[in-house]
Design a protein around this ligand. Structure first.
Ligand code: PLP
Length: 390
């Protein structure tokens, strides 16, 4: 028998397929709301100015490209920690962190670590979620359990259903949470729900795994991290998978970090296992993007330039959310959500009709990347979807 004879064809990535369809559409008025990258009001995804400046500096001063260790750029991790955790938590000796190839790398490394965990830990994942979440855990051999999350009718979190499902989770199970800017729904827990969830997680002995991929693109750098910080302060064991690929606009350079909080007795072993796993997954993460972020965070001027540009991105998205919510009462929930994404209450056939009749490209789930809109296209976009909105 042939080694590869038993392999089955796999479905193509739907969003990447959408890019191709969009490119082929000759209409000048077409709108791409598919792939999840930030766009400015001209529809571009430019390299941030702070990144360009840091890259120049790096090109001139980087002394070597010799190997780093499996932990990647330790200084990058140290400088990023206060942004993620705040000054107080960042120095917590119970926290250990490494650089990873993007948020995806952080999640995969976390999944491998969970697979080595005591008992037979499962990971609980809300419905819907980023489509890569479940495969990442399954490929690492971790059983995935879905729990309710989104109430499409109100555009908010169905917290009662979520909490009652998680009350069934076994001690030692992992709960995967979006720290902010939920992908794909934009729906977020409010402060009271976060504290109820934190209490539930601690009471039941669950391990929060917080996926923080959009810090700074929702309500601001501090606010977007506050749920992560309070969860981490309360839970004796916790995991944070972080991406710099959106908030530094570094997508293809693959920049992320993984932090684990554990008690003093197991922290050294946690770090050993992280490093051994990273070594067999990718040996060491790619350097360039993380080194660029390090250059920015080492320099006060570059850091404030980065913060300013990130804030411009954030407020453009928030402005578009407000404009959509104002334009049609059925879009009102968008004003109370956060981040780049929203799930529009559209039936599936409307998604295809909008593609054919208006050149409006969105995922089949009804998810839109709000940053794909421009101030001037909001009105025509809402007029096009209005007949289909539920
Ligand atoms: N987590 C969520 C919720 C995401 O939406 C994404 C990217 O789309 C990631 C993680 C992974 O990001 P990265 O490109 O850094 O791997």
């Amino acid at each position: 028998a042939r080694l590869f004879g038993a392999l089955e064809r796999q479905p193509a990535d739907a969003l990447l397929g959408l890019i191709g369809l969009f490119r082929q559409d000759p209409r000048a008025t077409k709108i791409d709301l598919g792939v999840g990258v930030y766009r400015d009001d001209a529809g571009e995804t430019p390299v941030m100015q702070a990144i360009k400046a840091a890259e120049h500096r790096l090109a001139e001063t980087q002394p070597t490209k010799a190997y780093l260790g499996a932990e990647g750029d330790a200084r990058f991790v140290d400088l990023l920690a206060p942004i993620v955790f705040g000054a107080a938590l960042a120095g917590d000796p119970g926290l250990t962190g490494v650089q990873t190839p993007g948020g995806t790398g952080a999640l995969r490394l976390a999944a491998e670590l969970v697979a080595r965990g005591a008992g037979d830990p499962k990971v609980w994942i809300g419905t819907p979620t980023w489509p890569n979440h479940a495969p990442i855990f399954r490929e690492a051999g971790v059983t995935v359990r879905p729990h309710p999350f989104f109430d499409a009718a109100s555009g908010t979190v169905d917290f009662a259903a979520m909490a009652s499902a998680l009350a069934e989770a076994a001690p030692g199970d992992v709960v995967l949470l979006h720290g902010c800017c939920h992908n794909p729904t934009g729906a977020e827990l409010d402060a009271a729900q976060w504290s109820a969830l934190t209490a539930l997680v601690v009471e039941r002995g669950l391990i929060p795994l917080i996926d923080l991929a959009y810090q700074g693109l929702g309500r601001g750098l501090e606010d977007d991290a506050s749920a992560t910080r309070s969860m981490l302060a309360a839970a004796p064991e916790a995991i944070v998978a972080y991406s710099c690929d959106k908030n530094f606009g570094l997508y293809r350079d693959r920049v992320g970090a993984l932090w684990v909080k554990a008690d003093g007795g197991s922290l050294a072993a946690v770090r050993d296992n992280i490093l051994v796993l990273a070594r067999s997954l990718w040996s060491m993460p790619p350097d360039h993007g993380a080194a660029t972020v390090r250059e920015i965070l080492e320099d006060a001027t570059l850091t404030s330039s980065w913060r300013r540009e990130l804030e411009e991105m954030r407020s453009r998205i928030a402005g578009l959310r407000a404009a959509l919510a104002d334009a049609d009462a059925r879009l009102a929930p968008l004003a109370h959500q956060g981040g780049m994404f929203a799930m529009l209450p559209l039936p599936r056939d409307a998604i295809f009709a909008l593609r054919a009749s208006h050149g409006i490209y969105m995922a089949e789930s009804g998810r839109i990347n709000i940053a794909g809109l421009r101030g001037e296209t909001v009105a025509s976009f809402v007029a096009a979807i209005a007949p289909y909105l539920q």
